[in-house]
Write a protein that binds this ligand. Structure first.
Ligand code: CU
Length: 124
């Protein structure tokens, strides 16, 4: 895994010195893998690109779970309630300007820890 310094150096080298765009805290991704278990999400990345994002949802737990993705008040994606071992792939549209919040809608799961948020890359 590359260090943040190496990523920053590559970013600056690619963009030159005339474009002082903000350096992302990590490489933004257009794919997000979400693992679900009792009672937490594990996420493959912490920062997403704005635009189309492929979300791969896998239930790695022993109970049924789902995930709803929201930006502010807008729901941008929702999986089915997945039994243990099942996987679903969603295509969602991520807007700039606010983080994406994830939550399991099954009763009691979000308060028990099944919620998370992912930041979205700033405009370049
Ligand atoms: Cu759940």
């Amino acid at each position: 895994m590359r260090s943040l310094a190496a990523v920053a150096a590559l970013f600056l080298a690619a963009c030159g010195t005339t474009d002082p765009a903000p350096v992302p805290a990590g490489p933004p991704a257009s794919e997000l893998r979400i693992g679900m278990q009792e009672y937490a999400f594990s996420l493959s990345v912490g920062t997403l690109e704005a635009g189309p994002v492929t979300v791969v949802v896998t239930n790695a737990g022993g109970a049924a779970h789902d995930v709803v993705l929201r930006q502010g008040d807008r729901e941008i994606g929702r999986s089915a309630v997945l039994p243990p071992g099942e996987r679903q792939i969603l295509e969602v549209q991520v807007a700039r300007g606010s983080p994406v919040h994830l939550e399991c809608t099954l009763t009691g799961h979000s308060p028990a820890g099944m919620h998370a948020s992912v930041s979205v890359a700033a405009a370049r």
